[in-house]
Design a protein around this ligand. Structure first.
Ligand code: ATP
Ligand code: MG
Ligand code: FE
Length: 352
């Protein structure tokens, strides 16, 4: 089957064509992404109204290009998938409404995909990972440890109580005057800094529940920066290195706990899977590899372009749902909030 996927939940406008064969193997036929980073850079973050307008302006063209690059006619598409949330509601409406129109005109099934579900299933497209596996999703808006047990069968094991890890990277960058988006900048600075110069907290370290909390770390970093102000280049590098080390230590502790809870409830997972922009960070990858090796399981990190927001992951999640017979009605509503555990699925939930 061939599925068109549309992504407009944040500041990337994306469209892609993905195929899925009868054995469940996927192939990306095209994957077109247009980032709005430049349009938001002057504001130091994503401006929802600007994002929604930008999606409207380019989405039709991107879909045409995705079809063109895949050398695929719309009539050959078996399903139209769009991210129906969670995300900035203006953008979600643009993508989902476009998908509805295409599905209606072509008499093709519509699949309303949860954006987080798409991140969660990407490893099956890239590496054919079998269920169940442990997902570590760390992006600009989310930090979650999820037991992925089947299509539509997700159990949240751990979550952040405040900021997401990517958000913490972005705020650190902003505090230190580094350009947006901040994650990659902080990583660059950290490479030449001293990770032991500043004693930053590791919130929730040692707790049994595999949750995260980042706001205390953020505050501690600001206090340190203010204490030594005015800060020079050396200070910026050391602050970045100390911050990143705290994040790495936190991920090690919290995710080790998450893997333990997973094993207790569902047995040893088939893999540790990373998703979200933070997985592009080399130090983060290093600690994930250490955890996977210790657990005796494979680490799967999709390539960076498929870890951050893209259309292929939406198309693939659409194909997985379509294959499971999970399609949606044309009146399905866009959702700003849509927790992963609330995704309707093919499995009866046996959680207690
Ligand atoms: P969500 O998927 O939760 O809605 P999002 O779409 O903004 O959020 P992604 O596009 O997956 O998230 O990832 C962007 C985030 O990843 C940003 O917060 C960015 O700073 C962070 N990030 C990207 N590269 C790196 C890096 N090398 N090191 C640390 N963080 C990074
Ligand atoms: Mg993004
Ligand atoms: Fe995302």
């Amino acid at each position: 089957m061939i599925v068109l996927g549309i992504e407009t939940t944040c500041d990337e406008t994306a469209a892609a064509i993905v195929s899925r064969d009868a054995d469940g193997r996927g192939q990306i036929l095209s994957n077109v992404v247009l980032s709005q980073t430049d349009e938001h850079a002057a504001f130091g973050g994503v401006v929802p109204e600007i994002a929604a307008r930008a999606h409207v302006e380019v989405l039709d063209l991107l879909i045409a290009r995705a079809l063109d690059e895949a050398q695929c006619d719309l009539s050959a598409v078996d399903g139209i998938a769009a991210a129906a949330g969670p995300g900035l509601i203006g953008g979600v409406i643009v993508g989902l409404t476009t998908a509805k129109a295409l599905a209606l005109v072509n008499r093709t099934p519509l699949i309303a995909v949860n954006h987080l579900e798409a991140h969660a299933l990407t490893a099956r497209l890239t590496d054919g990972v079998d269920f169940p596996y442990c997902l570590f999703l760390a992006s600009g808006g989310h930090t979650q440890i999820v037991a992925v047990r089947g299509v539509g069968d997700y159990v949240l094991l751990g979550n952040t109580m405040d900021d997401a890890i990517g958000e913490a990277f972005d705020k650190t960058a902003k505090l230190l005057g580094l350009p947006y988006p901040g994650g990659p900048q902080v990583e660059q600075e950290a490479k030449r800094g001293d990770p032991n110069r500043f004693a930053l907290p590791r919130p929730l370290h040692g707790r049994r529940e595999p949750d995260f909390s980042l706001s205390g770390l953020k505050t501690a970093l600001r206090v340190e920066a203010e204490r030594i102000a005015p800060i020079n280049d050396r200070d910026v590098a050391d602050l970045c290195a100390s911050f990143q080390q705290a994040i790495v230590d936190l991920i090690y502790d919290r995710l080790r706990m998450g893997l333990r809870v997973f094993a207790e409830r569902y047995g040893v997972p088939n893999a540790l899977v990373a998703a979200g922009g933070v997985a592009a960070n080399q130090a983060v990858r290093g600690v994930l590899q250490r955890l996977a090796t210790q657990a005796g399981i494979q680490l799967v990190v999709p390539p960076p372009a498929l870890c951050t927001d893209n259309g292929a992951m939406i198309a693939w999640a659409g194909a997985e749902r379509l294959a499971a017979g999970l399609t949606d009605q044309l009146d399905v509503a866009p959702r700003a909030r849509w927790p992963l555990e609330q995704v309707a699925g093919s499995h009866v939930d046996v959680r207690t």
